[in-house]
Ligand binder design. Structure first.
Ligand code: GDP
Ligand code: MN
Length: 385
């Protein structure tokens, strides 16, 4: 989950990373009050999740109230990379003497958190990496052990920082590392980390992305949780059962598979035999009878579905449980669509028996290709093709 700048700054404050004084405003009145409290000059920043707001003209300054009114009217509701700014962050305007970059992100190649620091701040990291590669300093972080103070000082020294500013930057860096691990982040970034004219170091921006899989244990961000907009109601329903759903537009065959790989292979095979997959539900690991039943119900109510291939493997999953889920729906809804099941693995005999009892066409030892062929045959028999 990506956090808005003001949310990230709430976390920074909690981690005692200094940030400019500021307030969130939802409308002009709130912005007026915020500005009056902070005193001019101010910075007004659109709160959207995409970066590059500076370049997009979504970060503006105001010296007085009439400028502020213009700025706020221009920014509220502004579209930035397709995202509408509903909130603004009004902050004291800091007189910047230098801008730095400081960030930690999970590096896919090494599967390790990568700390990056540069004296080229204020531009995005991709730009720094491309144009100033020799001024970008990197260090992998040990996921278990925090870096030592001297290591953090060493990397900061490379950017040319010294004296009191260096001490402050080192403090901020160690808190940023703490923040990264405490909040199970994928990315934390301060860009720019600014030095004001008095030599104070502050985070002028925040970018935090928390690992979605860890949200359940990062309790303190639950107040930031937002309704995810899933435009497809089937996808939303599947998600509510913990099943992933891919809609394919028009077609005549629904697919439920255990694992994305098996699912994609099945889709190819369906296409090869002249079928058109309309959607694909991946039960993944932990497929219970409930999840299987919920998935089948979604596929059954998908418009245009004439045939359903259920291609499951009992590895971590249990075939008996999954068959029970299928049986429950078949008993309850007595669907007219053709259903073919291929199921093998853990507790397969028990699973097969449940399906055979209901005369559901079944592939026991055969391949996905055989299952698809059987589905096509059965659909022809029943007039579905
Ligand atoms: P981003 O473009 O979405 O990353 O937005 P930022 O929060 O980084 O803001 C863009 C730029 O606005 C920064 O790089 C700064 O140069 C400038 N900026 C932000 N806050 C202040 C401030 O308090 N004072 C001054 N002078 N400039 C600021
Ligand atoms: Mn920024």
């Amino acid at each position: 989950m990506k956090l808005y700048e003001f949310e990230g700054k709430t976390i920074f404050r909690e981690m005692t990373i200094p940030v400019p004084r500021g307030k969130v405003a939802n409308n002009l009145d709130e912005a007026k009050n915020a500005a009056a409290e902070l005193g001019y000059p101010i910075v007004v920043k659109s709160q959207v999740l995409s970066g590059g707001r500076g370049k997009a003209g979504a970060v503006k300054f105001a010296e007085n109230e009439s400028e502020m009114v213009n700025v706020v009217n221009g920014l509220l509701g502004m579209q930035i990379s397709g995202e509408r700014a509903e909130k603004l962050l009004v902050e004291e305007k800091i007189k910047i003497s230098r801008e730095f970059y400081m960030g930690i992100t999970l590096e896919p190649q090494s599967s390790l958190p990568l700390l990056m620091i540069s004296a080229q701040g204020g531009m995005d990291i991709e730009h720094i990496a491309k144009n100033y590669p020799h001024q970008l300093f990197k260090m992998h972080l040990d996921p278990v052990q925090r870096p030592k103070n001297h290591q953090m000082i060493d990397i900061l020294l490379k950017t040319g920082l010294n004296g009191k500013v260096l001490t402050q930057a080192a403090n901020i860096l160690s808190r940023l590392v703490e923040c990264y691990f405490k909040y199970d982040c994928v990315t934390v970034e301060i860009n720019p980390l600014i030095i004001d004219e008095e030599g104070n170091v502050l985070a002028a921006d925040s970018k935090i992305e928390i690992d979605d899989s860890a949200l359940f244990r990062v309790k303190s961000v639950s107040c930031f949780k937002r309704k995810e907009e899933i435009p497809d109601p089937f996808e939303a329903e599947a998600k509510s059962f913990g099943v992933s759903y891919v809609g394919m537009g028009n077609g005549n065959i629904g697919l439920i598979a255990g694992g994305a790989g098996l699912g994609m292979a099945s889709m190819d095979m369906i296409s090869a035999y002249g079928g058109e997959p309309v959607n694909f539900l991946d039960l993944g690991g932990g497929a219970t009878a409930d999840k299987t039943a919920a998935s089948l119900k979604i596929v059954l109510k998908t418009p245009g579905v004439r045939g359903i291939l259920i291609n499951l493997f009992g590895g971590i999953n249990n075939c008996e449980h999954m068959a029970n889920g299928i049986a429950r729906v078949v008993d309850e809804l007595k669907p007219l669509q053709t259903i073919v099941v291929k199921m093998r693995g853990h507790s397969q005999e028990e699973g097969w028996a449940i399906l055979e009892k209901r005369n559901i066409p079944l592939v026991k030892y055969g391949t996905t290709e055989e299952a698809v062929r059987l589905l096509m045959q059965e659909m022809k028999k029943e007039g579905g093709l």
